[in-house]
Design a protein around this ligand. Structure first.
Ligand SMILES: Cc1cc2nc3c(=O)[nH]c(=O)nc-3n(C[C@H](O)[C@H](O)[C@H](O)COP(=O)(O)O)c2cc1C
Length: 331
């Protein structure tokens, strides 16, 4: 399927995707990003083994609400049979819009089991996984890859036929090697190389921090769409700016400090509702750092927030900070 047909099938108007991020792209964050312009989002990555074992915690990652469509569920694993069974179960039980295969995660816990980016070391296995999953479901199956295991084993020159022949319908490339983790820079020239060598739609990902980065990536690589991860943390306004840039409309201004804290407060409430107070409170800590990074008196606020021992205390500290920001000229 070409990009246009796939976008039509998924009802995507602007090819702007929110990156899957474990521990981050839960339902509350996905909903916020959707409101700000992400046209497709993904679950956090989910273990195919966990799905097959019917692990309760794993299954929780698979739930989403109807207003989050189109949505992809991303799975990882090593054994083609297990991934295929997991994908068939997801299709039958949760009905997402697509299944994405994770061939990029560099985390030791995952790669030591031969999953995530470790699969890039063995393209025959990658072919077996992708073929087994594509045959097991009728949903579109997509893949998210890094550029290779290390800089001596970059897979971009070889991977296109493997993906195409195994039924993959779209590929997203984060052009860092697994060994780089998040260091150095994403090598966008590899996105171009992949695009030139495949008939599959290619989504470019890596280091997009502004709307002009997104336009530059498309211009430099010819990719069919962009995926944004870390740039949206504490700043989902970036998504609306990119969406406007891609649609050729006026780019909204950067958010003010007050905008950020108001959204942080709404996000906190959504997280509490979704996880309950105890877990929600822990999960929200990293979002607090992202929302307040670089804001006036941000570090004093974070110190106070870190000392809070209850939801009520936290709400009071947030409200006080909101008031302080309103009184500042830049708020
Ligand atoms: C906290 C965090 C969690 C991530 N989890 C996943 C994941 O579950 N699946 C995946 O394919 N990529 C994952 N990634 C990688 C992102 O999807 C993305 O490829 C990467 O961050 C580069 O894009 P960016 O520069 O826009 O952040 C994660 C990244 C971060 C920062």
């Amino acid at each position: 399927m070409d990009m246009q047909s796939l976008l039509e099938k998924l009802k995507i108007r602007v090819p702007l995707f929110l990156a899957p991020m474990a521990g981050v792209t839960d339902m509350p964050f996905r909903q916020i990003c959707r409101d700000f312009g992400a046209e497709l989002s993904y679950s956090e990555f989910v273990s195919s083994e966990g799905i097959i074992r019917n692990n309760r915690r794993t299954l929780r990652y698979l739930t989403f609400q109807e207003n989050e469509r189109p949505i992809g569920i991303q799975i990882f694993g090593h054994d083609p049979r297990v991934l295929a069974d997991a994908a068939a179960f997801i299709e039958k039980t949760f009905h997402p819009d697509l299944i994405d295969l994770n061939f990029g995660c560099p985390v030791p816990k995952v790669v030591k089991k031969g999953a995530g980016s470790a699969v890039l070391k063995d393209l025959e296995r990658l072919r077996d996984i992708a073929s087994a999953v594509s045959s097991a479901v009728s949903l579109p199956v997509t893949a998210k890859i890094r550029s290779g295991w290390d800089d001596k084993h970059v897979v971009i020159p070889h991977i296109a036929p493997v993906l195409e022949e195994s039924g993959i319908q779209l590929v997203t490339l984060h052009p860092r090697t697994a060994l780089m983790r998040y260091k150095g820079r994403a090598d966008w020239s590899l996105i171009r190389q992949l695009k030139e060598n495949t008939r599959l739609p290619v989504i470019g990902n890596g280091d997009i921090r502004t709307a002009s980065d997104a336009l530059r990536m498309i211009h430099e690589t010819g990719c069919d769409g962009v995926m944004v991860g870390r740039g949206a943390l504490g700043n989902p306004w970036l998504l609306s700016q990119i969406k406007a840039a891609l649609s050729g409309t006026d780019i909204p201004e950067d958010s003010s400090s007050s905008d950020k804290i108001n959204l942080m407060s709404q996000h906190f409430r959504k997280v509490l509702k979704f996880y309950g107070p105890e877990q929600g409170y822990k999960i929200f800590k990293s979002h607090i750092s992202w929302y307040t990074s670089g804001l006036p008196h941000g570090s004093a606020f974070r110190q106070k927030a870190n000392k809070c021992r209850s939801v009520h205390e936290m709400e009071t500290v947030i409200a006080t900070y909101q008031t302080l920001l309103k009184e500042l000229p830049e708020g």
